[in-house]
Design a protein around this ligand. Structure first.
Ligand code: PGA
Length: 263
């Protein structure tokens, strides 16, 4: 038991994977697992973030699921509304297609695609104004951790968005703490280290917003069925953002199950 009153979120981040046929098979397998053993949405909110190409197909296919599964966009344009912005998709367009959730600030977007705080703030502002719920990702690099800067870096990333999130919009923010050195590496922060950082994030959020005590703070970075139970038992770890292991329907189901049991 984690002792937390926050309903956990377990979200699969598929990144630039998989091919359509595999994505469809995944939904069949995952919904079958949910049918065999229900995970009710009061005990865990489950979401999946496919590629933009697959987003609507997956959303449609998930309509048949016995349990509500959220479809989450992996990113959003920094430009709002509609217009001459070749290649981008705005928050309004996502919302118009029935997508209610979006990841913003994933370290791969920050590092590979140059999403710096100003860009991220524009994305967050637009997403919240369009009525999307934002899963905002934060996390330090190995060099920053080794230099003893992990906490300062992560808290700064949280403070960065405070300028654009209006008081009543904090309830539409979920935080995902993903230490960069743990993403896709097989290295997980120990539950104690992760809990430590989550507690600091919680303190920071409480200082910024009265919603801070209710904000779900997810952990991400090599979460798998083998470590999910221990992570889920930590009071300030309110779910997981799962990359690699989410591509396997059974592993992802087991992780969601572990968090559902932790409540
Ligand atoms: P991972 O990825 O689970 O493969 O480490 C997590 C993420 O990048 O969201």
């Amino acid at each position: 038991m984690s002792g937390s009153t926050i309903t956990p979120w377990v979200v699969g981040n598929w990144k630039m994977n998989p091919m359509q046929a595999n994505a469809q098979q995944w939904v069949e397998d995952f919904t079958q697992l949910l049918k065999e053993q229900v995970i009710d949405s009061q005990s865990c909110r489950i979401g999946v973030a496919p590629t933009t190409l697959a987003l609507l197909n997956i959303k449609d296919q998930l309509k048949n699921s016995s349990v509500d599964v959220m479809t989450v966009a992996q990113d959003v344009s920094r430009m709002a509304g509609t217009g001459a912005y070749t290649g981008d998709i705005s928050a309004e367009l996502l919302k118009d297609s029935g997508i209610d959730y979006v990841l913003i600030g994933h370290s791969e977007r920050r590092e590979i695609f140059g999403d710096h705080p100003q860009i991220l703030n524009a994305k967050i502002k637009n997403a919240l104004s369009a009525g999307l719920t934002v899963i905002y990702c934060v996390g330090e690099s190995l060099e920053q951790r080794e230099a003893g800067q992990a906490e300062a870096v992560v808290l700064q990333q949280i403070c960065d968005i405070a300028a654009v999130v209006e008081t009543e919009q904090w309830k539409n923010i979920v935080i995902a703490y993903e230490p960069i050195w743990a993403i896709g590496t097989g290295k997980t922060a120990s539950p104690a280290d992760a809990q430590n950082m989550h507690a600091k994030i919680r303190e920071g959020l409480i200082q910024i917003t009265s919603e801070g005590k209710n904000t779900a703070i997810l952990y991400g970075g090599s979460v798998k069925p083998e470590n999910a139970v221990e992570l889920a038992a930590c009071p300030d770890i309110n779910g997981a953002l799962v990359g690699g292991a989410s591509l396997d329907a059974k592993s992802f189901y087991q992780i969601a199950h572990a968090f559902a049991q932790s409540k």
